[in-house]
Design a protein around this ligand. Structure first.
Ligand SMILES: [Zn+2]
Length: 177
């Protein structure tokens, strides 16, 4: 589903009309899902100055297989998990930025629980001694399902691998036993 929106170039300030995709079904639109994952869906080039801008207008992302319903919205919105209808039982999440949405999709594609991944990040930050470090889930790795996080350092993206046992421990903590 698309809608026309007006966007302003961050460099030259010119206004420009954009075909904005407002809703994606990951099963029926696998190409669009790929464009979300590689970030290209969010980029638009200003016809006046050539600047590459980010389209952060609201986007509804539905993945029936992962049972995920995610809404990209810079603004806080109240969300309730649907109790009935086609999306009953889906996990409902808001993503504040495209980067957060991409990470969420990767977490669900890997079959992981985002709340458990968040706790894994806290544990990893504590072990690294960096409370404010922005860790992002990248993928599972190797036969032991190591969890790979990325983080920025000195203008570069670094990676850190943690054992899947950390995820299992965090999962048990959140389950309360
Ligand atoms: Zn421009």
């Amino acid at each position: 589903m698309t809608q026309e929106i007006q966007a302003t170039c961050r460099r030259c300030g010119e206004k420009h009309r954009l075909e904005h995709i407002s809703s994606i079904n990951a099963t029926s639109d696998p190409d669009l899902k790929q464009q979300v994952l590689d970030g290209s869906l969010f980029l638009w080039e200003c016809p006046h100055c050539g600047e590459r801008n980010l389209d952060t207008a609201p986007l509804l992302y539905i993945d029936p297989e992962a049972r995920l319903l995610a809404i990209l919205s810079a603004e806080e919105i109240s969300l309730e998990a649907p109790q009935e209808g086609p999306y009953a039982g889906f996990t409902v999440r808001r993503a504040a930025t495209p980067g957060v949405l991409i990470e969420l999709i990767k977490i669900f594609d890997a079959g992981l629980d985002d709340a458990v991944v968040d706790l894994c990040k806290q544990v990893t930050r504590m072990e690294m001694g960096k409370d404010a470090l922005e860790l992002r889930f990248l993928r599972l790795n190797g036969p032991d399902n190591e969890i790979i996080f990325t983080y920025p350092q000195d203008g570069q993206m670094k990676m850190i691998a943690i054992g899947f046992n950390v995820y299992e421990d965090c999962s048990r903590i959140l389950a309360g036993h």
